[in-house]
Design a protein. Structure first.
Length: 104
């Protein structure tokens, strides 16, 4: 069992929140610079469930997701956000693989 001071955990969470806020702001700026409208949010929770819920709440017409290319065996044990969204969403889902990802 690992024991730690509560202030250490609080500091780690605060640092992570700052990192996420910076990332969200930078992503919003990239979209704006590219002339792409939209809203960038950071919402806690199970990623697949949150994406499906937010897409319903926003009345989205399409969900676009990136894929890490984990491979069949790893995805079977760990699950996949894109798999979850594709099977639970009631709107089209486009999954994009990064060109540098090799198929396993």
């Amino acid at each position: 069992m690992v024991m730690t001071d509560a202030t250490v955990v609080t500091d780690l969470l605060r640092d992570e929140e700052k990192r996420i806020k910076s990332f969200v702001e930078a992503l919003g700026q990239k979209l704006k610079t590219a002339g792409i409208g939209g809203t960038v949010k950071s919402i806690g929770g199970n990623p697949g469930e949150v994406i499906v819920k937010v897409s319903r709440d926003m009345k989205a017409q399409l969900i676009v997701l990136g894929s890490r290319g984990m491979g069949t065996l790893r995805r079977t044990f760990l699950g996949s956000v894109s798999d979850y969204v594709m099977h639970h969403s009631h709107i089209p889902v486009l999954v994009c693989k990064h060109p540098d990802i090799q198929t396993h």
